[in-house]
Design a protein around this ligand. Structure first.
Ligand code: GRG
Length: 295
């Protein structure tokens, strides 16, 4: 069995290649938007969502060429959310992944279009026949990603976040906001492998629970990094939540209890994988890494 780090590096390599293939630069003036898309999605990021897709798919012996396409699709959608989130109208961040944000490297209009086109391309890739020979599987992937990323998922969470500025949220309200804003895409990443592998209902449910708990642990770890991490390690400005007076589980529970909560969620996530045996070792290790990470 390869180590988690080797497996993460292999996935990053496979997904990078898939993204490169899936985003060819066209002739003509529209080339600029594809250059911005490539700038936003290639050559950076931990590829955690991609890894979850490929590892959950591997539980069912799915061809890596198919799971790499779904992994590339989720990374496109994730990159769109980061490009739009960094815009002056949203979080107004100049740096992302240790380099200038897309609107800084290009311009705001191009960044908006690049985000839009990454979002659209993500769904297009899922619908293409090379993603799965069974059209039902492709349709289920499109449906699940739509639910996870739209107004009842990530975009809804972002809206709640914006609407909550200056308000005091309860721990439950913060939990819901985060489950939508970041949790749903991470949950989808684990569910996607089950869809690709034509898993039975129980297997799919267990992977959804795993993804949900990893997502919740990830978000608490992100909030802890915003307090404890350095901008150099994290690749973007830190301390933004406190500066914006934003309530997070860290500000409500305190650092120590937030860390305990994240650890508990990571352990619970791993327990959902018991019935998958040794094949799920990397996914269990990922749950632990999510709360121990420094970036
Ligand atoms: C603008 C439509 C729209 C949605 C924005 C997800 C999101 C909603 C915004 C991202 C802002 C943010 C920093 C959220 C905190 C959690 C998060 C998604 C962090 C970035 O994900 P990582 O750490 O990033 O997986 P890498 O760069 O490793 O891919």
């Amino acid at each position: 069995m390869t180590s988690l780090n080797e497996a993460l590096a292999q996935t990053a390599h496979d997904v990078e290649r898939a993204l490169d293939d899936l985003l060819p630069i066209p002739e003509g003036a529209e080339a600029r938007v594809v250059e911005a898309m490539r700038y936003a999605v290639l050559g950076g990021g931990k590829r955690m969502r991609a890894f979850m897709v490929m590892e959950t798919a591997a539980l069912f012996g799915v061809d890596r060429r198919c799971s790499a396409r779904v992994a590339a699709s989720i990374e496109m959608l994730h990159a769109y959310s980061l490009v739009h989130d960094d815009l002056p109208a949203m979080d107004d961040d100049d740096m992302r992944r240790g380099k200038p944000s897309t609107h800084k490297a290009f311009d705001e209009a191009t960044a908006i279009l690049a985000g839009d086109a990454l979002l659209t391309r993500a769904f297009e890739v899922l619908a293409e026949p090379d993603t799965h020979s069974n059209p039902d599987a492709r349709c289920e992937l499109v449906l699940a990603l739509g639910k996870a990323s739209g107004a009842h998922g990530m975009v809804g969470g972002q809206m709640i976040d914006i609407a909550s500025e200056g308000k005091t949220l309860t721990a439950d309200e913060i939990g819901r906001l985060q489950a939508l804003k970041t949790g749903r895409l991470i949950q989808y990443s684990a569910e996607a492998g089950a869809i690709l592998g034509r898993a039975n209902q129980m297997q799919r449910h267990l992977l959804v629970c795993y993804g949900r708990d990893v997502g919740a642990a990830f978000q608490i770890a992100d909030d802890i990094l915003d307090v404890e991490g350095s901008a150099e390690d994290v690749g973007k400005a830190t301390g933004k939540d406190a500066a914006a007076g934003k309530a997070t589980l860290v500000s409500i529970l305190g650092l120590e209890r937030a860390k305990l909560q994240a650890d508990m969620l990571a352990k619970q996530a791993a327990e959902h994988l018991d019935s998958f045996g040794d094949k799920a070792a990397h996914l269990r290790a990922l749950a632990a890494l999510v709360v121990a990470r420094k970036n």
